[in-house]
Design a protein around this ligand. Sequence first.
Ligand code: AMP
Length: 335
Amino acid sequence: MSQILKRYDLDKLAVATIASHTALQILRGAKKYGFRTIAIAKNEDIAQFYKQFFFIDEVWTGDFSNFRKTAERLVAENALLIPHGSYVEYVGWRQALEAPVPTLGCRELLRWEADQYKKMALLEEAGIPIPRVYRSPTEVDGPVIVKFFGAKGGRGYFVAKGREELEARLKALGEEYIIQEYLFGVPAYYHYFASPVYSRIEVFGADIRYESNVDGRTFGWAEPTFVVVGNLSLVLRESLLPIIHKYGVQFAKAVERRVGCRLAGPYCLESIIKDDMSIVVFEFSGRIVAGTNIYMGYGSPYSVLYFDKPMDMGERIAHEIREAAKAGKLDQLFT
Ligand code: AMP
């Protein structure tokens, strides 16, 4: 990718992403910083929606089952690709890993994210508290949550109060899954930005996911489910910020050690905060999360601490690209 980047005309850079997830925020931010913007839609209906926005210069439709062609077209257009959860879901992590277009962040991390066990091992390596992971239902001695591999927005996950209930439900499962200790407390998701330009990890914001049916009006009549339908903003107790920042830094170091590439751009740690105020991290995302959309247009509360002006994550990415391009550091951001 660094060879491709060397051939790019830095005065004519385009920022591209898949038309879904956080595309509006990413492209709005990019346009504000003077980049040409490209959205790649799944079909014509979706393309029509994105075409109405002044900050999107071009809307393409792309074949996600064979992304190579689109990737090559992006390179011909001097474009930088910003990956997000829907991109990985649409093209699949293997294609995302190999797509021949400069892609923001540590791409190798996709391989780790595809496997729930490797994911937890990386968090453990970072020295961050994680829930117990049970290799077999026979080890289970309390409430658990069963999760499937791959980004599915919580779909299909279920909880079981103990071993017997778990064993009965596991019989019907055909996909790969992980059994985790069910953590009691409140969910909190931390948005970070890894900046090669400023050589620092920023805590950029936080959110809570709004999940059906755990957050729904079920009166205890419906089974708990964890399908994400939206996100809510969250401001944390300030006394929690140093530890949250520390975990973000530890995670970045672990990625460098174990995965072998430097984190760059947005990432997220997902946790439960227990009633003793301890934080247990059950998941991470190596790229922008949809929870950052909450702050689109008016900026996250913590961005003012770093830049003395509000910025959303789309603007933060664009700012980093602009500064990296000026400093000849684009190859530290894109892999
Ligand atoms: P995930 O796909 O790992 O982000 O999980 C989806 C949702 O399930 C989270 O937003 C939490 O509400 C819930 N969840 C996941 N893991 C745990 C856990 N170990 N204990 C309690 N709740 C969890």
